[in-house]
Design a protein around this ligand. Structure first.
Ligand code: MG
Length: 307
């Protein structure tokens, strides 16, 4: 049986929640992951292994992984996000993850603010992290953050992003995400950058995009990426998220928006919009407010019953 045409990597439990001011209880995070799995998610970013003093929301990363169903009993790959080698070692020590997600910031200023390292330092660190993850048998993947623009340096030269992607591929990355971390990209830029990176990487490395909806163009950018050949997309239930180190960045593109976009375009995702809407309502109840997703509020397109 053929799999869905598009794979959606659900990043809600990590990227979605990380900016929430109130720390969610571990059991709520696990209940969210269970609902995302019921929605049909086959890859879920469950936690990040970062300094708990900098990101208190992620302090229970080990407990979240320990609370997941065992590998043989779950139908999703669990991803642990790591920003340095220490994080990778913590992720590996849980013995419950399938993928290590690394992050390389594409500009010096953002890199230093976000994780205390320049691009060159970040590249060296990521190369070591990817090798370590692969050696331990986990799927090594990496996100190039601020690939479409930096809140501090402005435009990011596409040639630099292409070069970084090539070096990460050489270090063993099996999948590389181009991230519009602050939500500045427009569809033509996505078409151009994705096309350029794909040409240089060849077929051996899969491309993914990670979009934020700060300026309302994330679903349009996802469509441009699809047309440029991308088949893997990050999104967060409800459109939650932001970045503690990126001023004014809004949430991730909502999972509900991507499901709606692709399904109504005749492209299978393997996800259930109905289950996503149920999970949205549940999470809104836990957080005590409506979530940003527009499809989450409006629901699926169907004829209204006559009153
Ligand atoms: Mg993000």
């Amino acid at each position: 049986m053929e799999g869905p045409a598009v794979t959606i990597v659900e990043v809600g439990p990590r990227d979605g929640l990380q900016n929430e001011p109130d720390v969610l209880a571990t059991h709520h995070k696990l209940a969210l992951i269970e609902r995302l799995a019921a929605m049909g998610a086959t890859r879920i970013e469950v936690a990040s292994f970062v300094n708990p003093r900098r990101v208190p929301q992620m302090a229970d990363a080990e407990a979240v992984v320990a609370g997941l169903p065992p590998r043989g009993e779950r139908r999703f790959a669990a991803i642990g996000l790591c920003l340095n080698l220490k994080g990778v070692e913590r992720a590996l020590a849980t013995d419950g993850l399938d993928e290590v997600g690394c992050v390389l910031v594409a500009t010096d200023t953002f890199g230093i603010r976000n994780q205390g390292q320049s691009v060159a330092e970040g590249l060296a660190a990521n190369q070591a992290m990817l090798r370590r993850a692969a050696e331990a048998g986990l799927f090594p993947q990496v996100t190039i953050s601020a690939a479409f623009g930096c809140p501090f340096e402005g435009p990011v030269p596409p040639a630099r992003v292409v070069d970084l992607a090539e070096r990460l591929a050489e270090a063993g990355a099996r999948e590389i995400a181009l991230a519009d971390t602050i939500g500045v990209a427009v569809p033509q830029q996505v078409t151009d950058l994705v096309g350029e990176v794909a040409r240089r990487l060849g077929a051996g490395v899969r491309l993914r995009v990670h979009l934020h909806d700060t300026r309302g163009l994330a679903p349009a950018n996802a469509w441009a990426a699809w047309q440029a050949g991308v088949r893997v997309f990050d999104s967060a239930l409800g459109g939650l998220g932001g970045c503690p180190f990126a001023p004014r960045a809004a949430g991730n593109v909502a999972t509900e928006e991507l499901i709606y976009l692709f399904h109504r375009s005749g492209i299978a995702t393997g996800l259930s919009l109905e289950r996503a809407l149920e999970a949205n309502a549940w999470l809104a109840g836990v957080l005590g407010r409506a979530l940003p997703s527009r499809v989450g509020r409006a629901g699926d397109f169907r004829r209204e019953e006559a009153a």
